[in-house]
Structures are given as C-alpha cells and as structure tokens.
Ligand binder design. Structure first.
Ligand code: FES
Ligand SMILES: [Fe+2]
Length: 313
C-alpha cells in the first residue's frame, strides 16, 4: 500500500542552498571519522590530529570504497580502508603507498564546512557556488552562565521550507497547538536573514505567562530562537536535508543558569517539543501547494515564500 505520495507530487521543492548542521562537535574527536548522508549525497566527515574538520564525498575514486566506513585518519590525511590511498582535507590524494605516481585526477569533492556553536555545519549549493554568508555565532552557547545544550532530534518526512513556514502560519497555532490566541508577530526580511518577533502566552506550571519570542533564521537550515520574559532560553533549530523529502531536525536548547533550575525552564523546553510533535504528522502527510488559497488571517506566508525562493538555483 502506498502511504505517501511520491516526492515529485507531494513536495516539488529541491534541496535549498545554505548552511546546514551535519554533526555536533562532540561527535567527532581528534582523528575521528563519521559517515554521513545529507543533500542526497554520501559524505565523510573527519577531524585531523590537529583538530581541523573536513567534509568530503564518501566514495574513493580508486575502486569506490566508502571512506567513512573503516577509513582512518593519519595526521592530516584520511586513509581509505580498501587500498590505503590517502586524501587531505581538500580531497586531494597525497599518497598511494604502492604506486610510483599518484594519478593526476585522484581527488574527492570537498565541501565547505565550519565548526561553530558546538556544531559542525556544511554549505550546500545546488550549482556548487561558494558560501555567500557565514554561520552566525550564538554568544550564549559559549557563555558559562548558560547551561550546556539540551538536545532533541527528529527525522521528518518533509522539507526545510515547509517546516520553516510553520513560524509565519499564524492560524495553525490555535488549531494544531491549542494556544489561546493567535500570536502577534512582526516579520522583517533582510537578505538571507528573516527575523520575527512574537508576543505570546506560554503554558507553564505557574499558569499562562506573557513572553516574547524572537526568531532569526539564517537561510533555511539555521534558526536562532530566543525566549524572554518567561525563562531566558536560546534554541538553535537546525533543519538539514538528508534528501529532498527527508529532514534531520535538531533542537539545541540553552538556558540562563539564573532561571534554569525552575520548573518554568523545563516547561519551556517541554512546550516547544510538544508543539514540534504536533506539527510532524501534518508535515509528513501534507502536500506543498505552490498556489495556496489564503485568507486575511493567515499571516505573511507569501512574504515568507518570496524570501525562501532566493535559496534555490
Ligand atoms: S578504493 Fe580506496 S584505495 Fe582503493
Ligand atoms: Fe507549529
């Protein structure tokens, strides 16, 4: 029985350009190697002895071994598990232990990657262009007065554009999440950055509390959400496309230690996770409508989509 419409019919969106989280920093020790799959590609992430990270296409150009399954880091190089060819961080083959000459084209494709906010990020661009912006630094995440990351993770059959639209879709808050009112929000678009401020009532053990949520999306892969007035919380939401119909979503929360021991702090995390779990079945079964039939209370969905359109091509 076919439970889902095929991708071409259901979502009709390709993988967007931008920075996407592919790992947490602590998943990759010095000389560590991780096989990954993102952007419909098989990839290998490794860290040199000196601590630098590199992301390469996974398949060795010699006879096709996956460098992430059995590959070993030796100093700055990744050694293939099959015949021990060695590749540097730029993907160039630097050593073939049994050959007199290294074939001139022995190279795997390198990906731009950067370590920031305790995470490792990769740049994806459909036409292979270099990064046009940087992953933003979130100062709270390197500040000792904020808690260590509390993490959640989901694999969702959807697309980052569809999931991001949730924030501007005003009417769903009442009907999917049962919030008492439609959050008031202001949307500001600034190149690849989208900002929104929402004034909300949050459910907490102390009853409903008035608060403010500021949302700052850098492309479709990285959204920084700050909660104030309730319990100072920063949430980094990352949506990384595994392929064009599957998203690896990570939420990383940090809270100001002054508030973090309170029941309200835990309630903020619980509420965000509750809302995410309510959205998932809608996303996993809905269809992307390029021309939706909107009405006046719907929120700035057309503006959001216009902003999103810059991340293709
Ligand atoms: S397949 Fe990688 S060295 Fe042979
Ligand atoms: Fe939602």
């Amino acid at each position: 029985m076919l439970l889902y419409l095929p991708m071409s019919e259901r979502l009709q969106l390709s993988i967007p350009n931008g920075w996407f989280q592919v790992a947490y920093r602590d998943e990759l020790d010095a000389e560590g190697v991780l096989p990954l799959r993102y952007f419909s590609e098989d990839l290998v992430l490794f860290r040199t002895r000196g601590g630098d990270v590199a992301l390469l296409d996974a398949f060795c150009p010699h006879l096709g071994a996956h460098l992430g399954h059995g590959g070993v880091v030796e100093d700055d190089h990744l050694r293939c598990p099959f015949h021990a060819w060695e590749f540097d961080r730029t993907g160039v083959c630097r050593n073939v232990p049994y050959a007199k000459r290294i074939p001139a084209k022995a190279k795997v494709r390198p990906w731009h990657c950067v370590e920031r906010n305790q995470m490792i990020w990769a740049w994806h661009h459909g036409s292979g262009e270099a990064p046009t912006w940087e992953v933003p630094e979130v100062p709270e995440l390197s500040d000792d007065s904020w808690t260590s990351l509390e993490r959640r993770r989901w694999t969702v059959r959807s697309h980052p554009q569809e999931m991001g639209e949730n924030g501007v879709d005003r009417a769903h808050f009442q009907h999917v999440h049962g919030t008492k009112n439609v959050p008031e929000s202001e949307l500001h678009l600034d190149g690849h950055i989208r900002r929104a401020i929402q004034h909300v009532k949050m459910r907490t053990p102390r009853g409903d509390v008035e608060g403010e949520i500021s949302i700052e999306a850098h492309g479709m892969g990285c959204t920084i959400t700050r909660f104030t007035g309730i319990c100072e919380t920063v949430l980094l939401l990352s949506h990384a496309p595994i392929d064009d119909e599957t998203v690896d979503t990570r939420f990383a929360f940090s809270q100001n230690r002054a508030d973090a021991h309170t029941g309200v702090a835990a309630a903020v995390v619980k509420e965000v996770v509750r809302q995410m779990n309510q959205d998932i079945p809608i996303w996993e079964h809905k269809r992307y409508l390029p021309r939706p039939m909107l009405c006046d209370g719907d929120g700035p969905i057309p503006e959001y989509r216009k902003w999103a359109s810059q991340f293709y091509g």
